[in-house]
Design a protein around this ligand. Sequence first.
Ligand code: NAD
Ligand code: DAU
Length: 350
Amino acid sequence: MKILVTGGAGFIGSNFLQLLVPRHPEHEFINVDKLTYAANLENLREVASLPNYRLEQVDIADGPAVDALFERHAPELVVHFAAESHVDRSILGPAEFVRTNIEGTFQLLEACRKHWKTQAGLFHHVSTDEVYGSLGATGLFTEETRYDPSSPYSASKASSDHLVRAYARTYGLRTRVTNCSNNYGPYQFPEKLIPLMILNCLERKPLPVYGKGENIRDWLYVGDHCEAIWQVIEAGKDGQTYNIGGHNEVKNLDVVHLLCSIVAEETGTPEAELRALIKFVQDRPGHDLRYAIDASKIQRELGWTPRETFDTGLRKTVRWYIQSADWVRQVRSGDYRKWLERNYGTRTSA
Ligand code: NAD
Ligand code: DAU
């Protein structure tokens, strides 16, 4: 089968390709990526030489280019990861989020509609739990939870989810949607909480915690997310949504404390020295309080459960960042430094 994977050079997409390209030599994987700041071809070094992998540098919002891709490869499955993915960036500059996440998804759906007249193909849309908005102290997001996005990022992902479902209902396109909680693991760009805190601990830089650090996220190891997506592709039902989460709710401040303790153990640094780096900074506007996923549908129907615990997954992740100094140096280009200055330069202490 020919599989078009969008955003395969980003964090989750590259973990997905690393897992599946060697495991499935019978399938051909075409990575369609614009190669934005968030992409890194180093992530795919081992996969790049395999005969069943190839890269196409294409912007998914460029309709004619997407159409030409479908002409060239005639894919039977699209796994759609490509997106602008960082909430803080969407607050500072929403335009690119509308363009890639909404317009880009639309162009892909249009290509599927045009080329898959016989319903031969399947469109798997990778989405987020942020479309559901924020939970209070109790309750869980189910597949039936009403959409209520807070940030330009989550609103753009919600729009893309609606478009995917509209193409299923209106044109009979075969689609599946997965909405997943916060991922962490190797190859995550260090603008997100966990890699940012690990690297700042290693470099003895301040650990910027938004507000009081009381917001809660439901953390899932990236490999578990990728396995879940593949299980939905292999055994899920058309037109269905599956929530994916780790049953692993942790307050941000507790995540940072845990990371201080793991980095301290792994590097022989006194933990108190790392905890002293914590700095409470101005909160994110519209900051969702709590995300927590009810993953019982995917567990019950497809038998998926996460393999990593937060402790094993975080330790693996910390070790990976310690051992990947070259990767870290490479992603910290001039552009990345400019972004850090723009984001944190305007945040005062809380
Ligand atoms: P990422 O930012 O690390 O990677 C995004 C990738 O998409 C990059 O390789 C980038 O070059 C590519 N891309 C961006 N714009 C593009 C365009 N116009 N055309 C082609 N390629 C483009 O993102 P990620 O964290 O790996 O997230 C992947 C997907 O999973 C996203 O759709 C995101 O909404 C979703 N998701 C992420 C998380 C998470 O915790 N990271 C959780 C749930 C869902
Ligand atoms: O829930 C899934 C979503 O998780 C994905 O759809 C997004 O693509 C992904 O970026 C992630 O969004 P979050 O906003 O939850 O992740 P982030 O790592 O940016 O922040 C996690 C929490 O930590 C959040 O409550 C904000 C807080 N935070 C974040 C950063 C970067 C801090 O306190 N300090 C920071 O420096």
